[in-house]
Design a protein. Structure first.
Length: 193
């Protein structure tokens, strides 16, 4: 984990460790966000559309249960949450209930991403091995719809892992995005609680 800023990601996709203000986090926050986006793609609506960070934590608890002890401690010691507590959910609504019609493989992807303890979330590499992303999701399909073999797929990922650039679009009429930083100057930023 790296020590970095505490305001990362759009609230609805933010992992519990970010919401409580933990500054020690790493790639598992991206896996959490992936799980939120995946759930939104399946359902058509945001999984947890919190109106504040505390509301977001409440909605997550309502589905997944209590925060892990470290996150509870970070929340209690965070000055931005001084005098604030996360309301106790009256009822729970687990992922299985919220996504009643989803396949077991789709639920497995969500449940592998949306784990309260970041050390227990699957890595992206591990997620790619799940049945949903192997079969239903078509993770191994080539450009022309032909099935790629596992050896070819892994070799391709190894080659791409060494690349430090994004693929370029062939001659297109797309203009580069304007530099918004030059147009807007923020003089202050209030914490989002």
């Amino acid at each position: 984990p790296h020590s970095v800023i505490d305001y990362v990601a759009t609230r609805w996709y933010r992992a519990p460790e970010l919401l409580v203000g933990d500054t020690q986090y790493g790639p598992p926050v991206d896996v959490w966000a992936l799980g939120c986006v995946f759930a939104e793609l399946l359902h058509g609506n945001p999984l947890w559309p919190g109106k504040s960070d505390v509301d977001q934590l409440y909605l997550i608890r309502k589905t997944l249960g209590d925060l892990i002890p470290r996150h509870q401690q970070v929340f209690r010691s965070n000055v931005f949450f001084s005098g604030v507590s996360i309301p106790e959910p009256d009822t729970t609504e687990p992922l299985e209930k919220r996504f009643y019609g989803a396949s077991l493989q789709a639920l497995q992807v969500m449940k592998s991403c949306l784990v309260m303890d970041p050390s227990l979330r699957l890595s992206c590499e591990e997620l790619l091995e799940l049945p949903y992303l192997q079969e239903e999701g078509g993770a191994n399909w080539g450009r022309d719809g032909e099935r790629l073999g596992r050896r070819h797929d892994k070799a391709s990922r190894r080659r791409q892992a060494g690349a430090q650039y994004l693929p370029q679009l062939p001659n297109s009429n797309i203009s580069p995005a304007p530099d918004v930083k030059k147009q807007v100057k923020h003089k202050y930023h209030l914490p989002n609680i």
